[in-house]
Design a protein around this ligand. Structure first.
Ligand code: NI
Length: 396
């Protein structure tokens, strides 16, 4: 493996940074200490730091030794944690750390932040490239769309980039491997809420009411036909009801129930069809059973779609670090979602998965047993550095 030797020499430092960030997890738009930590590190490397985009977001700007082509690229990491109670029993776990309790870096954004910092330190020391690199550290990747907010607040107007790149660790793929494909990598992510308003009654005398529980149960089941009956079998669609709320006691049929959940898809026409079908089915069942429906559908993240030319560039950089045979060029896309999608809508670019090692022992993303694999730190940091040097070319 061709991990850069200067980056290998940073392995111990990067491990310490990663564990520090891990022990102090902060969630969406509250990444204040993390943001301070990143800004201090970038400044100590001699990188110009811009703060305030999307609140806690940071952009570090580094110019190479030459700027003949006036080219600039963006490299992006995410900084936020999740609302999960950590169960790893690691010495640097977030448990017992006051305000960090109940929060956890269970998606490896601590590792992502650290790898980009490691690459920034190496690139600031060597500066052997022609042009400008913007190191983008974004808040609120999970649920709240910090990447979208950065784009809306003028990320690429203030820091023009010809292309932008993202990376995510992937448990279940070995350390020292990458995976990337042109086209969709991650799905669109939407949410919905259906309030079914019936008529409450004595549970022993259901004929005196309009039972919203039975009505809701029919809707949950019928929605499952959207992927199996109304979507082309070659397309992907997921409708997951994750909440079913209603009632307070044994013997009373409640007045109303609330269903909530998420949908996933890749194609715009499938997304449109899911939204329309959900409402049509729910209204039809409610009407048939004499209940009222209030339906809300909210589009959250678009699909994460890699650009063709930039995917080739990213795959070449990965191959330069780990070898051609360790870069999977045809991974199956997943129905997870990623707000880097907003940056890929605004600029050409590519998003790559990096192996995080075994996922045994439930060490999967968003699990309370997950931990980013520190062995992968030099691999990811070398990928970033190689990518920047390959795109921008040597200083002249
Ligand atoms: Ni993540």
């Amino acid at each position: 493996m061709a991990v850069k030797k200067e980056i290998e020499a940073l392995h111990k430092d990067m491990t310490a940074w990663r564990r520090h960030v891990h022990q102090h997890p902060e969630t969406a738009f509250e990444e204040e200490k993390t943001s301070d930590f990143v800004a201090e590190k970038l400044e100590s490397f001699g990188i110009e730091v811009h703060r305030g985009l999307a609140g806690t977001g940071i952009v570090g700007t580094l110019k190479g030794k030459s700027d003949k082509n006036s080219r600039a690229i963006g490299l992006r990491a995410d900084m936020d944690a999740l609302h999960i109670h950590e169960q790893t029993n690691l010495p640097y776990a977030s448990v017992g750390t006051g305000r960090h309790e109940g929060r956890m870096h269970a998606c490896g954004h601590d590792g992502h932040t650290t790898m980009l910092l490691g690459a920034a330190r190496y690139l600031a020391e060597t500066r052997d490239f022609d042009g400008t690199i913007h190191f983008i550290f974004q808040p609120a990747e999970e649920n709240e769309g910090g990447g979208r907010v950065m784009v809306e607040e003028g990320l690429f107007d203030k820091f023009p980039c010809e292309s932008v790149y993202g990376l995510h660790n992937w448990p279940g793929r070995p350390v020292g491997t990458f995976a990337i494909r042109t086209g969709p990598m991650m799905s669109a992510y939407d949410i919905f809420e259906a309030k079914i308003i019936g008529k409450g009654s004595h549970a022993g005398m259901p004929h005196q009411g309009r039972d919203p529980v039975v009505c809701g149960a029919q809707i949950v089941t019928a929605w499952q036909t959207i992927s199996s009956r109304s979507t082309n079998p070659y397309d992907a669609a997921v409708v997951s009801v994750t909440q079913f709320h209603g009632g307070d006691t044994w013997n009373v049929i409640p007045e109303e129930v609330v269903l909530r959940g998420t949908t996933r898809s890749f194609k715009p026409e499938v997304r449109d069809s899911i939204e329309a079908s959900m409402e049509r089915i729910a209204r039809g069942i409610c009407q048939g059973m004499g209940a009222e429906l209030e339906f809300r559908y909210e589009r959250r993240y678009p699909p994460t779609v890699n650009w063709e030319a930039e995917t080739e560039v990213a795959a070449q950089a990965a191959a330069a670090v780990v070898g051609l045979d360790k870069v999977d060029r045809d991974p199956t896309p997943t129905m997870g979602a990623e707000d880097f999608a907003f940056m890929l809508e605004a600029k050409p670019g590519a998003y790559i998965w990096m192996g995080n090692g075994s996922d045994e022992g439930d060490r999967r993303l968003h699990s309370p047993h997950y931990d980013f694999n520190d062995e992968a730190l030099p691999v990811g940091a070398s990928y970033w550095a190689t990518l920047a040097e390959q795109i921008l070319g040597k200083a002249s």
